[in-house]
Design a protein around this ligand. Structure first.
Ligand code: HEC
Length: 105
């Protein structure tokens, strides 16, 4: 539990930074799209077809805040041993938020 709290405390500044005036064409967005493409689309595409983005827009999805999204990205990246740094996870979470989720503060 302690480790989880520590992780969240460490990630929050990166998340706040990554979300400030985020657009699709910043270098961070381009890098995040490439990370996501490299590690995250195989299963989602198998489950939902197309580019797999249906998993992010499906009915009944369980995420409801940016923190939920960041935690889900961190969990998935750990599960598949993506080897991402926290700022890369935050970047992908922000990219997914800008593109699909659109959670506010
Ligand atoms: C081994 C297969 C697999 C890989 C690879 C994978 N995911 Fe997932 N992902 C899943 C499954 C299965 C679910 C649905 C879990 C559920 O229904 O609760 C999911 C759900 C998600 C969701 C939540 C979707 C929603 O309901 O809003 C996010 C966000 C997500 N994945 C991000 C990622 C990211 C980021 C990566 C790359 C680091 C990744 N996933 C790689 C299997 C995978």
């Amino acid at each position: 539990m302690r480790a989880v709290i520590w992780l969240i405390v460490c990630l929050l500044p990166a998340l706040a930074h990554a979300n400030s005036s985020w657009t699709q064409s910043t270098p961070e967005a381009v890098a995040s799209a490439a990370l996501h493409e490299g590690k995250c689309t195989t299963c989602h595409t198998r489950m939902y077809g197309g580019d797999g983005s249906g998993i992010y827009t499906r009915d009944g999805r369980v995420l409801s805040t940016r923190l939920d999204l960041l935690q889900r990205v961190a969990a998935c990246s750990a599960q598949v041993s993506a080897g991402w740094f926290p700022d890369e996870e935050a970047g992908v979470a922000a990219w997914l938020n800008a593109r699909y989720y659109r959670f506010g503060e």
